[in-house]
Design a protein around this ligand. Structure first.
Ligand code: UDX
Length: 450
């Protein structure tokens, strides 16, 4: 008989995972303690923007393969495998991860597990959590040791979450038994048949896989942002430099985009949590390295504020500033730890009159920063502006015609916080262009593109 699956915690990761498991043909029961969220999902409404996900949820609510509940007893009786996908935010009092939702879910589930089952953690947790949860479950569940724990980190990116889940570049499973490995192989059979690398590890290695991967990506971004400081001091060009070093296959071109730095619901908190956990374990090298990655990242935001100040002659007070972008990256309405909003707020705190435009994230932006003014088109944001800050590299901004925009602004001055614009074309259209790591804006070197 086909396995029955539950997904505990239907946030970004949980809804995507649940809908994709239903798409693979499983019967899936999603649980959340937030009744409002469950009601919306039952009506086929996904509470955030993710391409293709609405359709998948609606389809499988109709086929009946995907159901939602707030009742742990229902979940305990239903599923053979329980995926744990609750959030692990940064703790209010420090850099470590707050595990209260993980512990609450495990404690609520444990008494309802009366038959053999597998609890598979997908949340990003400090290494050691799986072993701790296994002991906690075993002590509290009627199923005893027959309720086993495995760890299966998730590497999905916002904006491509559905395809990343259905066609991942690797599947990592941390297991303590052949039985657990067998169950996970059964669930991921289509991806395995398609040749997806299936990596079987111990629990601790699987937990580390996620924070290590995200920290490495963050380190690449902070590396190029630190180097962009040197480019500014030495009169070199960071874009050309990134293109040159990226042609080395060992380095690669991706995640070498210099600018306002990384944000979002994962990279910043994962870097901090990994750093905190490494230090708890007495491993100071990772702590020091990642502390610097975080500092460089925050400095990159401040550098863009400095460029904004420079672009209006040194004092932002009373100046009209257009901010293009609020989301932490294009293709999403997510504004969690968004560099764009941080810069917009900093500029506004210095007394500037800021108008923010984002094609998708205005509603979330307004909720997160009620002090900022959001407008509903690029034209309204830039009309009368004395400087324009490009902070999220949406296609709409990349493709904007600099000659047309020049007619709307009061002063044709732009800070390209993402190094996303064609600086030669913008300069030719009369703009003064400033950008991190590009003190002279030389045209890019000729040669194959990245
Ligand atoms: C990330 C990981 O990529 C994903 O594997 C993991 O599962 C969750 O965290 P996501 O948060 O969706 O995914 O965003 P990502 O595409 O990694 O971008 C993170 C941030 O880095 C964004 O703010 C982006 O603008 C920034 N970034 C990315 C740069 O500043 N420069 C770059 O070159 C690339």
């Amino acid at each position: 008989m086909a396995l029955k699956l539950s997904v505990l915690g239907v946030g970004y990761l949980g809804v995507t995972h649940a809908a994709c498991l239903a798409q693979l043909g499983f019967e899936v029961l999603g649980l959340d303690v937030d009744r409002h969220r469950i009601d919306r999902l039952r009506a086929g409404e996904v509470p955030f923007h993710e391409p293709g996900l609405d359709e998948l949820v609606r389809t499988h609510c109709r086929t009946g393969r995907l159901r939602f509940t707030t009742d742990y007893a229902e979940v305990g009786a239903f599923a053979d495998v329980h995926f744990l996908t609750v959030g692990t935010p940064q703790a209010a009092d420090g850099d470590r991860a707050d595990l209260r939702f993980v512990d609450a879910a495990a404690d609520a589930l444990a008494p309802r597990l009366s038959r053999p089952c597998l609890v598979v953690g997908k949340s990003t947790v400090p290494v050691g959590t799986a072993a701790r949860l296994a002991a906690r479950l075993a002590a509290r569940t009627p199923a005893g040791a027959r309720a086993e724990v495995a760890w299966n980190p998730e590497f999905l990116r916002e904006g491509t979450a559905v395809t990343d889940t259905l066609r991942p570049d690797r599947i990592v499973v941390g297991v303590a038994s052949a039985r657990a490995e067998g169950l996970l192989r059964e669930i991921y059979a289509p991806a395995l048949e398609a040749g997806t690398p299936f990596l079987v590890t111990d629990l601790a290695t699987a937990e580390l896989a996620k924070v290590a991967a995200n920290s490495f990506l963050a380190m690449k971004i902070s590396f190029i942002n630190a180097v962009s400081e040197v480019c500014e001091a030495a009169g070199a060009d960071v874009l050309a430099l990134a293109r040159v070093i990226g042609h080395d296959a060992r380095i690669g071109h991706r995640f070498l985009g210099a600018g306002v730095g990384f944000g979002g619901g994962c990279l910043p908190k994962d870097v901090r949590a990994f750093r905190a956990r490494a230090e708890e374990l007495g491993c100071t090298a990772v702590g020091t390295l990642l502390g610097e990655v975080d500092q460089v990242n925050l400095r990159s935001r401040r550098r863009v504020v400095e460029l904004a100040r420079e672009s209006v002659g040194g004092d932002l007070a009373g100046r009209r500033v257009a901010v293009l972008g609020a989301a932490f990256k294009p293709g999403t309405d997510d504004v969690r730890d968004s560099p764009a909003l941080d810069v917009a707020s900093a500029v506004s705190r210095e007394g500037a009159k800021v108008a923010v435009y984002d094609p998708m994230a205005a509603a979330n932006g307004r909720r997160a920063r009620p002090d900022l003014e959001f407008v509903d088109s690029m034209r309204s944001a830039v009309t009368g502006a004395e400087t324009v800050l490009l902070l999220t590299e949406w296609e709409e901004f990349r493709r904007a015609d600099p000659a047309e925009l020049a007619r709307w602004v009061s002063v044709a001055s732009v800070v390209d916080g993402r190094n996303a614009l064609d600086h030669v074309a913008w300069s030719a259209a009369g703009w003064t262009v400033r950008a991190p790591g590009r003190p002279g804006f030389p045209p890019l070197l000729s040669g194959p593109a990245a």
